[in-house]
Design a protein around this ligand. Structure first.
Ligand code: SF4
Length: 453
């Protein structure tokens, strides 16, 4: 998912719409925008599908105001449906507010049980609604103190943007697992986004990342900072660098393209192979493939072409749709790969569906050898922070050795980047979460602990 907020800008909804387009890679199943107009009345529009399918009929004209928040959504099977598309709006006597979030609360079950015991009933199964109920329950005078208290009752990897009639709050989890950054508009006003790549199209200038455990308040006073927790870590999700984020984003001081290229260089040093060309799997693996080619001296070639307008297979919620997506999205360039030994560089292998298909496509197009090199470690564990990496049973490597994984995808050889190089490709600016590779989670895992009691 991706979140975006704008404060103090004319036609905020239009700006949010364009910004969300640059976050569309983070979710294609739904999106929405809520604004407050000058009189303090809320206006909202949400829908399912791509933004271009949702905002088709002048809806932005009915979202007036100089402040607003927006979201694009991807959903796992249990969190689909229009009712789960954010932002959500809540009426309350202490002040109405809107909220949109990203990530996952690992103690969501405990929080919802607590809230239900105290009379709450829910209209969605989003973490944003849980946080909204916690905020509403707070007896503190000020909104910021209610938010501080609510955030201290939840654990996980998350970001939230919360909008009242006169202020926006941008919140980031204390482990720093999810990205969130702030930008400034040229004529005043502020922007908050999951990724800095949204700023370019909005004409905003990057100011800084929201710090882990921080709430940034944006209003007529400008930017103010409150730490909701003094426990804070820089455990950014490694998969943001490896796969999710756009290459033109900077996250916690590290450019995503630069990260991937460095990972590709290290991948060659750790897993060299003799071949005639390096081919990257478009789009998210191209930077790593460039790095591999540079370091090895093997020419980089465009051996695969991506069909545009087909969604990412990894974040489609249903297996049948994912498999159809793989078939539709890539074509080998026969005249380039025919008779050649190929190093196929990919960013990660989740279920292995795509890798098996691509290796087969390249062989059918005449490749004599296909050596697969993965610019991340073997994915063996479930993510508990909102990335739909599947259950352990579905993961290719959760129950296979390297050799078994090679056989399963039909490659001539298979090599993975080490966790050490995955960390060091950040150029020392972060010690990223790698729990889906190593099983070492940066947080407690509440549900598992409770179930094991
Ligand atoms: S477990 Fe993996 S996907 Fe989840 S936050 Fe950590 S690195 Fe990212």
């Amino acid at each position: 998912m991706g979140v975006l907020a704008v404060y103090g800008v004319p036609r905020a909804s239009t700006l949010i719409y364009y910004g969300l387009h640059n976050l569309q890679h983070r979710g294609q199943e739904g999106g929405g925008i809520i604004t407050f107009d000058q009189k303090g009345y809320p206006h909202e529009y949400r829908g399912q599908g791509l933004l271009s399918e949702i905002f088709t009929n002048g809806e932005l004209d009915h979202l007036p105001g100089t402040m607003g928040i927006g979201s694009v959504k991807y959903a796992n099977a249990s969190k689909g449906g229009l009712h789960n598309v954010e932002p959500l709006f809540f009426y309350h006597q202490s002040g109405d507010f809107a909220i949109a979030g990203e990530g996952n609360l690992i103690n969501a079950r405990q929080v919802s049980e607590y809230l239900e015991r105290h009379g709450s009933i829910f209209q969605t199964n989003t973490d944003s609604e849980l946080l909204a109920h916690l905020i509403k329950k707070g007896r503190e005078e000020d909104r910021i103190h209610k938010i501080v208290k609510a955030l201290n009752m939840v654990e996980g990897g998350f970001t939230f943007v919360i909008m009242t009639k006169n202020r926006i709050y941008a919140c980031r989890d204390k482990y720093g697992i999810k990205p969130l950054c702030i930008g400034r508009m040229p004529d005043g006003g502020f922007v908050v986004s999951s990724e800095s790549c949204a700023f370019e199209i909005m004409g905003a200038e990057f100011i800084r990342d929201v710090t882990p455990g921080e709430i940034v308040s944006l209003d007529h006073h400008g930017i103010r900072s409150t730490l909701y927790s003094h426990f804070n870590r820089h455990r950014m999700c490694a998969m943001e660098y490896i796969y999710f984020a756009r290459p033109d984003s900077d996250i916690d001081g590290c450019n995503v393209h630069a990260y991937r290229k460095e990972a590709g260089r290290r991948l060659y040093r750790e897993c060299p192979v003799e071949a005639d060309m390096v081919v990257g799997v478009p789009e998210s693996s191209l930077s790593a493939a460039m790095g591999y080619a540079e370091e090895s001296g093997i020419p980089y070639e465009m051996g695969l072409v991506k069909h545009k307008y087909v969604g990412r297979t990894f974040i489609e919620p249903v297996q049948s749709v994912r498999e159809l997506g793989v078939k539709m999205k890539l074509s080998p360039v026969r005249s380039i790969v025919n008779g050649k030994r190929i190093v196929l560089v990919d960013d990660s292998i989740v279920r292995g569906t795509t890798s098996l298909k691509i290796v087969k496509l390249l062989r059918e197009a005449g490749a004599t050898e296909v050596h697969v090199r993965i610019a991340s470690p073997m994915m063996r564990f479930t993510c508990h922070y909102g990335v739909d990496t599947s259950t352990p049973e579905e993961l290719l490597c959760s129950h296979r050795t390297l050799e078994e994984a090679r056989q399963a995808i039909g490659a001539d050889s298979l090599g993975y980047l080490s966790p050490e190089s995955t960390r060091d490709s950040c150029f020392g600016c972060a010690d990223p979460c790698q729990a889906c590779f190593t099983g070492e989670y940066p947080t407690l895992l509440y549900d598992e602990l409770v179930e094991n009691d």
